[in-house]
Design a protein around this ligand. Structure first.
Ligand SMILES: NC(=O)c1ccc[n+]([C@@H]2O[C@H](COP(=O)([O-])OP(=O)(O)OC[C@H]3O[C@@H](n4cnc5c(N)ncnc54)[C@H](O)[C@@H]3O)[C@@H](O)[C@H]2O)c1
Length: 328
């Protein structure tokens, strides 16, 4: 007997939801986006059309009351994550939520308690974990390809012209610390932060940081350099910015251990054992992390598996970021 498709709602129909719907389209044999919600009805209508005719809501509480759904994909501004997660968890809907988990450790505690009580599946939308080289690199690190790991570095930087032009409006809710929860580090900086934690596979011991605000358009940092000492001894570094691009020649991830180095970005990974001058190039096949993330979410829903990117990872990365920015 054919299995029933999982019924998905998307809440928050802005930029990133477009990519999520592309992901659901690739697994339409197992899931369908049946409802979308946005306070801006035009945004919701656009996404409803993209999804092939989903029902439009402008209030997620009404959606919960009226729609039979299995799961929600939350793509809202940061300050709304906590209330949406709690509402959907209480309604016993499984959850995929965009980063960050929420704004404070207090909110995180409330979320963890509610998810535990509701017994729904929660997946953190940490898409770069699904970038082809990342899980390959993790496998190699865990298999001892570079021996004992001493040092890890992750980066995600790009120049946002609007910030250099003083265009605060361009950043909409991201320009306000109350709705964004901070500056660049809790937004784009979230990616290299969870990558560092994932690759290190250890709790953090110490965090120090230097924050920069070069464009002075935001009231919080537009750039951050964060140092992390892990309990397993690894030294970690995160570089992230909206003021400047990735340093030329730098990589999304870089690991150095007792036997050599591995480094790379997206689909291209390099392995340089000690004593060699040229690294071996490993092309890792696979679709981009966003699409693979949605596919993994649907796999977990269908086969009741625990996601690779857990709620706890969402809590841990938030803690790192709040420590680095002196918030709590
Ligand atoms: N993983 C990534 O690479 C990535 C990239 C971009 C954004 N994101 C994350 O996705 C989330 C959304 O970001 P975005 O860039 O799509 O933002 P956006 O501003 O483009 O979209 C947010 C949408 O939420 C809607 N909204 C606001 N309040 C609402 C409410 N009360 N109820 C329903 N809808 C409401 C807005 O009208 C808007 O359409 C954020 O958490 C962000 O960090 C992740």
């Amino acid at each position: 007997m054919a299995r029933k498709k999982k019924r998905i709602a998307i809440v928050g129909c802005g930029g990133i939801s477009r990519v999520h719907i592309e992901g659901f389209d690739l697994v339409k044999d197992r899931a369908e986006v049946v409802a979308v919600c946005d306070v801006n009805a035009k945004n919701a209508e656009l996404r409803a059309e993209q999804a092939g005719g989903a029902i439009v809501y402008t209030d997620w509480k009404e959606l919960i009351a009226k729609e039979q759904i299995d799961a929600v994909d939350i793509c809202l501004p940061h300050h709304l994550h906590k209330s949406a997660i709690i509402d959907f968890a209480k309604a016993k809907k499984h959850i995929l939520c965009e980063k960050p988990l929420c704004l404070t450790m207090r909110e995180a505690k409330e979320i963890v308690a509610t998810i535990k009580k509701s017994r729904v599946m929660y997946m953190s939308a940490h898409n770069q974990i699904f970038d082809p080289i990342v899980r390959k690199a993790k496998e190699m690190l865990d298999a001892g390809a570079i021996g004992e790991v001493y040092y890890l570095r992750t980066q995600d930087c790009f120049r946002v012209e609007a910030l250099h032009q003083g265009d605060r409006d361009f950043m909409t809710w991201r320009a306000n610390v109350k709705t964004q929860g901070g500056g660049e580090l809790i937004d784009t900086g979230y990616h290299p932060s969870y990558l560092l934690l994932y690759l290190a596979g250890s709790p953090i011991k110490e965090v120090t940081s230097v924050l920069g605000n070069f464009t002075k358009t935001l009231s919080a940092e537009d750039s951050a350099s964060v140092n992390v000492k892990f309990k397993n001894g690894i030294i970690g570094q995160i570089l992230t910015s909206w003021a400047f691009p990735n340093p030329h020649g730098g990589h999304q991830i870089h690991a150095i251990g007792s036997l050599g180095q591995i480094f790379g970005s997206q689909n291209e990974l390099y392995h340089l054992p000690n004593g060699f001058e040229e690294p071996a190039h490993i092309h890792v096949e696979g679709q981009n992390g966003y699409l693979a993330e949605i596919e993994h979410f649907v796999d977990c829903l269908v086969s009741r598996k625990k996601p690779v990117t857990t709620l706890q990872q969402g809590v841990d990365v938030l803690e790192l970021i709040l420590k680095a920015t002196g918030r709590s």
